[in-house]
Design a protein around this ligand. Structure first.
Ligand code: SAH
Length: 261
């Protein structure tokens, strides 16, 4: 198909056939799965996936590509092409609670990676797992463990609700046009219960965000405005942590302990 990719829609099409196949087999789709694809593009992944699953819903925001896909896949009984923005798509409404949880798939547009992940996690009760291609730096941040330089508030946010795993790296020239950086194929296995018990999620995330706001500071200094000195001292004592600890050393459990205290 002759088509000029639109940069503002994050159109980087995956053209490497070997990688396409590698991705589909890594997804481990089952014949009774319902899958939502984000950004079907020219439908190259769509074609592989529809043959493996019970039902595939493919979102594409671009009207031109949508028209192309409709024609290309006319008459397919287990595929529905939808001309919608994933950020405005209500998964709860679309996929009834009575049915199995869905799997989400996407070589997603890089310009809205975090909003897409945030949006999907809002519907985590309806989702079994998410398979996405994201920029390498971003994947490293999502999957980072405490103590590593990539560990930050987004790692905590995602790991609280899912178990991320980097499945493999993808070179930038597997895409057309090639983006500036390499990518990763990533799986988020959505947790049915959160990673740690938290009494007040708003406070928990507020503490995490503030803690990482100035990551060179000690925890004590970054949290100065929201947690009193006495409370912090209690926390360090009770959980045997150094009062000079830096935020990137704290696990989700530590942050939960602090918020619950
Ligand atoms: N899956 C295809 C295309 C990847 S490029 C492939 O692997 O080759 C990303 C695709 O997402 C583009 O087709 C782009 O038009 C679409 N897209 C961009 N923003 C979107 C949004 N908000 N909602 C749904 N699709 C979007």
């Amino acid at each position: 198909m002759l088509y000029k990719p639109k940069k503002y829609l994050g159109q980087n099409f995956l053209i490497d056939k070997n990688i396409q196949r590698k991705i589909v087999s890594a997804c481990d789709f089952k014949v009774d799965d319902t899958v939502l694809e984000i950004g079907a593009g020219r439908g190259e992944m769509t074609r592989y996936i529809k043959d493996k699953v019970a039902m595939l819903y493919a979102l594409e925001i671009d009207r031109g590509l949508y028209g192309f896909l409709k024609k290309e896949f006319e008459g397919e009984r287990n595929l529905k092409i939808i001309n919608k923005d994933i950020l405005k798509f209500n998964i709860n409404k679309f996929f009834p609670k009575s049915k199995n949880k869905i799997k989400v798939f996407g070589n997603i547009p890089y310009y809205i990676t975090s909003p897409i992940i945030e949006c999907l996690l809002k519907f985590k009760d309806r989702i079994d797992s998410v398979y996405i291609t994201v920029q390498k730096e971003f994947a490293l941040r999502i999957a980072a463990k405490p103590g590593s330089k990539d560990y930050g508030s987004f790692s905590c946010f995602v790991q609280y609700q899912s178990v991320p795993k980097i499945l493999f790296f993808i070179k930038k020239n597997s895409f057309y046009p090639a983006p500036k950086v390499d990518s990763c194929f990533l799986r988020l296995a959505i947790r049915s219960t959160a990673a740690v018990h938290v009494n007040n999620e708003r406070l928990f995330f507020k503490i995490i965000r503030s803690a990482f706001n100035q990551r060179r500071k000690t925890l004590r200094n970054s949290l100065l405005d929201i947690v009193s000195k006495d409370k912090l001292d209690d926390f360090f004592l009770k959980f045997s942590l150094s009062p000079d600890i830096r935020p990137e050393r704290l696990s989700l459990e530590d942050f939960a302990n602090l918020a619950n205290l």
